[in-house]
Design a protein around this ligand. Structure first.
Ligand SMILES: *Cc1c(COP(=O)(O)O)cnc(C)c1O
Length: 242
């Protein structure tokens, strides 16, 4: 592989400033929630951003990177390998996945956040075996009251969790959820907080202990941290509007 181009210093410093702001807000929220800020991982969502931005983000100290499309994750991880390929970053696949993309996902993602069916679990388990690895996965639960296109109904989560726990090439590590978009401050308490609390209860009641609770994006990560998120997935607040 060719040597990495030097990241752009101006871009790196802009991202470092924004990351510092986001980390401060995470720390404040952790204190409000009586939690250790060190227990929260900031996943920098680099979807749609060029490789230049990814390099600058890494130079700014961000090590956990999130993509929602497999193809984009494959291209970016070619240039910057993830930890399962011996690299220094961790690639999080955070978007829903079609089964015909399961092979690349199982080979390349360091962590998959959006498992929402048994059929997908079986496909990922098969391709992870083929790739000679165990893929860490999170089950995505639909916690918004709208009929979201993705994520499993909360009632169906325990069965899928139990089934995934039996797949030899998957390692069930946690739960992921997305709240409805808050239109204003009031929504954060009225709509978003109860959704995160619901996910937290499922996490606490899981049949086997879990270690990752992935919830919170640019608009609501403070509430998510107050409610127990271990991973927040933040794009816009780090990189600007898409
Ligand atoms: C895009 C995306 C995010 C980040 O969204 P921002 O609002 O830009 O922070 C988080 N999670 C998922 C699943 C996403 O697709």
């Amino acid at each position: 592989m060719s040597t990495s181009p030097t990241p752009d210093p101006a871009l790196t410093s802009t991202i470092a400033d924004r990351a510092a702001r986001v980390r401060d807000r995470i720390a404040e929220a952790a204190h409000r929630g009586g939690r250790d800020p060190g227990a929260v991982t900031l996943v920098a969502v680099t979807k749609t951003r060029p490789l230049e931005t990814v390099r600058a983000a890494v130079a700014a100290g961000l090590r956990d990177l999130g993509e929602n499309r497999v193809q984009e994750l494959v291209e970016k991880s070619d240039a910057m390998p993830g930890e399962s390929a011996g690299g220094a970053v961790r690639w999080h696949l955070i978007g829903s996945l079609q089964r015909n993309k399961a092979r690349d996902a199982a080979a390349r993602a360091d962590l998959f956040h959006a498992l929402d069916s048994l059929r997908l679990a079986n496909a990922l388990d098969k391709w992870a075996a083929e790739a000679g690895r165990v893929l860490p996965v999170l089950v995505q639960v639909n916690i918004s009251d709208e009929d979201a296109k993705h994520g499993l109904a909360p009632d169906a989560a325990p069965d899928l969790l139990a089934a995934v726990g039996e797949r030899p090439n998957l390692r069930l590590v946690g739960l992921m959820g997305m709240a409805a978009i808050a239109e204003d401050e009031g929504d954060l308490d009225r709509v978003v907080r109860p959704a995160f609390q619901r996910l937290r209860r499922l996490y606490d009641d899981a049949p086997a202990p879990l270690s990752i609770l992935s919830m919170g994006m640019s608009g609501d990560f403070g509430v998510a941290v107050e409610e127990g998120a271990t991973h927040v997935r933040v794009g816009t607040a780090l990189f600007g509007p898409r």
